[in-house]
Design a binder for this molecule. Structure first.
Ligand SMILES: Nc1ncnc2c1ncn2[C@@H]1O[C@H](COP(=O)(O)OP(=O)(O)OP(=O)(O)O)[C@@H](O)[C@H]1O
Length: 342
């Protein structure tokens, strides 16, 4: 049994997350780290949903929760209309195989003592019910699909370049007919010269197989290039979610503007002067996040209201949402330099 939807509900999101909170005990056990503190979103079929934000904002924690590597402390993660916990236990392993994660370090994901043939056939061997011949054929097809020669199946990971390893890693997932792949910094460790090729491979596979991606990265330019929509994460919450071009060219939230201002690439014209925000200081601790708007302690436009009230989630442009008291469809409309960082 798989979780694949019938044609009747093709429009159903692949992922639906509601009220997700993930809390960890702090290192000394005396406090609670609010790594993810109330996020809601959907990922649509064959969509790339980018997730950006500074280190520690909760991106990887969200990604791991999507594929069942972490349990929600509160809230719901639905995959193709059902939670993994609602799948009968004996079918859960197979059901989970449609939702996969690829990490930054391709070397770590491949077993150094296995040939690529062994690595690529292993997931199907675990699933069972597939003949040895068929597994080998699928492994060969997958290799060719990711641009690697089938003869390389006899090689070990250390005999491959970084780009080849990441391709092999992706090839390993294809026989599982993935519905969703969480891409957690998948090109960060690769040479800049081959990043484009690997990103193109992800795009080709999406076009051919309709795979949805949650694409997590620090590099906004990379996320903007591959994503349909982008979520901007800060201290365990979303500040803004919208179409990739709108978020990067006409951001609604001051935090997004600050991230774009820190980018080495040229800023969109209207941000070059007045709307530039230099991000000062460190991200506060997720053990004790600021009241109201979490970004207010670093926001040049913060007012007393920002400390007192959590901003509502508002759709200011079609499919473009923001959590900021002073955001308007045209940007921020708050008097600058009124900062009240209490
Ligand atoms: N297992 C854990 N136990 C305790 N705290 C954790 C655990 N995993 C993550 N955290 C904390 O949760 C917060 C969010 O971490 P997460 O790795 O999701 O952020 P991120 O945005 O992906 O950052 P990065 O880009 O550095 O990976 C951080 O403060 C982190 O230290």
């Amino acid at each position: 049994m798989t979780l694949a939807p019938s044609s009747a509900d093709l429009q159903q999101p692949v992922v639906r997350v509601q009220g997700l909170r993930i809390l960890f005990p702090s290192l000394d056990g005396s406090d609670t780290v609010k790594a993810v503190d109330g996020v809601d979103f959907e990922i649509r079929p064959a969509e790339t949903f980018g997730i950006i934000g500074e280190s520690g904002s909760g991106k990887s924690t969200i990604g791991r929760a999507l594929v069942g590597l972490l349990d929600a402390t509160e809230g719901v993660v639905e995959l193709d209309g059902r939670t993994l916990n609602s799948v009968p236990r004996r079918e859960r392993r197979t059901a989970r195989q449609a939702y996969q994660i690829v990490f930054q370090d391709p070397h770590a994901a491949l077993n150094p003592r296995m040939t690529l043939m062994e690595s690529l056939t292993e997931p199907l061997r675990i699933r069972g019910g597939v003949s040895e011949d068929e597994m080998r054929r699928k492994a060969q097809d997958s290799m060719e699909r990711v641009g690697l020669r089938a003869e390389m199946l006899g090689r070990y990971p250390h005999e491959l370049s970084g780009g080849q390893k990441q391709r092999a890693n992706i090839a390993r997932l294809l026989p599982l007919n993935p519905r969703l792949i969480v891409c957690d910094e998948v090109v960060a460790a690769l040479d800049v010269s081959i990043r484009g090729e690997v990103l193109n491979l992800f795009a080709d596979l999406q076009r051919d197989f309709g795979i949805a991606y949650a694409f997590i990265a620090h590099d906004i330019a990379v996320v903007a290039q591959v994503s349909d929509r982008i979520a901007v994460t800060y201290l365990g919450r979303f500040m803004e979610v919208g179409p990739a071009e709108a978020v990067t060219e006409r951001p609604l939230h001051p935090y997004t503007t600050a991230l774009l201002s820190a980018e080495p690439r040229p800023l969109p014209a209207h941000l070059r002067e007045a709307r530039r925000i230099d991000l000062k200081g460190e991200i506060p601790s997720p053990v004790d996040p600021p009241s109201g708007c979490r970004f207010r302690t670093r926001c040049p436009w913060a007012q007393a209201r920002c400390a007192a009230e959590v901003p509502e989630w508002r759709e200011l442009r079609p499919d473009h949402y923001v959590a900021c008291h002073f955001a308007t469809p045209h940007g921020i409309e708050a008097p600058p330099a009124a900062g009240e960082h209490d």
